[in-house]
Design a protein around this ligand. Structure first.
Ligand SMILES: C[S@@+](CC[C@H](N)C(=O)[O-])C[C@H]1O[C@@H](n2cnc3c(N)ncnc32)[C@H](O)[C@@H]1O
Length: 286
């Protein structure tokens, strides 16, 4: 079989599976996935739309329909979508990201922020916002008097807990968490998590509020080219990408200074590098 006929036969098998069992959620997921990764985005949207007809409360087809159709795109991925997606992914996350996708977001942030933070002294209160399985824990720990991890997914938090670097882990939405603690933290780090956010204003305001004077914010986002008409865009795989000038303007409007955006490859996706921004910003001394 040629590669094209293999793909055609796989798509055909999923289509027939759905014909036989029109309420087979997993087959809809796989069929929709195969369609959008092969560029058939409108057809993928139809599959997710069809899935919603028998599974209306499921956040996965809701989010993926928005991602593939561009309709009713949420300001950020819904909490229940994030939770379900990452609970399902928690067991294999480290293996898939590190061994198959050449994942670098934590290293890129470490390289940039180590230079800002100077000699490692365990003096800072640090938040890892969207800590996942805790891949940033090992490099953050030497700087932390107290290292706090926040995540919506209990499955990911269990993995982070097992790693042993965090003093406290909270199952919480990170924007709401940060907004609750004014002037409490010295450093906030968020690796490969704000790609589940479109609008960044609320996050930027909450992060600014929760940092102490002189505090540092570091995060990665996926990169949207500057000539795009929108400041950010959801992509068919369900993550958002951001224009650099939007990120910069949003942080400045929230009151950050010392802004720095550097390009970097975050990881691979379908054999292509995912281009990102490594972003650092500071709260000026009071
Ligand atoms: C791709 S993983 C990255 C995890 C980790 N930072 C790393 O670099 O390995 C994204 C994580 O962000 C979490 N997440 C996404 N949106 C969130 C939100 N609004 N509040 C809290 N956690 C969120 C997900 O549950 C997931 O664990």
């Amino acid at each position: 079989l040629r590669p094209t006929s293999t793909l055609a036969s796989v798509l055909d098998a999923f289509r027939r599976c759905i014909e036989i069992d029109p309420t087979h959620a997993r087959a809809h997921y796989q069929y929709g996935y195969m369609l959008y990764i092969t560029g058939h985005t409108a057809e993928a949207a139809d599959v997710f739309r069809q899935w919603l007809t028998f599974d209306a409360a499921n956040p996965v087809p809701r989010h993926m329909l928005a991602a593939c159709s561009g309709e009713d795109v949420p300001a950020r991925a819904a909490d229940d979508y994030v939770k379900r997606t990452f609970d399902d992914f928690a067991e294999s996350f480290d293996e898939v990201l590190l061994e198959k996708l050449d994942y670098h977001a934590p290293d890129l942030l470490a390289a940039r922020l180590r230079a800002d933070l100077g000699t490692a002294q365990a003096t800072r209160i640090i938040v890892d916002a969207g800590c996942g399985t805790g891949l940033c824990g090992p490099w953050l720990k030497p700087y932390a008097q107290r290292l706090i991890g926040i995540d919506l997914s209990p499955g990911m938090l269990r993995k982070a807990d097992a790693r042993g670097d965090y003093d406290k882990l909270y199952e919480a939405e990170l924007t709401r968490f940060l907004a609750t603690y004014p002037a409490a933290f010295d450093v906030i780090v968020s690796a490969d998590t704000l790609c589940y956010f479109g609008a960044l204003e609320e996050f930027a305001a909450a992060a600014r509020r929760s940092l102490k004077a002189g505090g540092w914010l570091g995060f990665t986002v996926e990169r949207l080219d500057d000539d795009n008409p929108e400041p950010y865009r959801i992509r068919p795989h369900g993550r958002y990408a951001h224009r650099g000038d939007y990120v910069q303007a949003t942080l400045a409007a929230a009151g950050f200074s010392g802004l720095s955006l550097e390009p970097g490859v975050l990881r691979m996706e379908l054999s292509h590098p995912v281009q990102g921004w490594v972003v650092r910003a500071r709260v000026g001394d009071a």
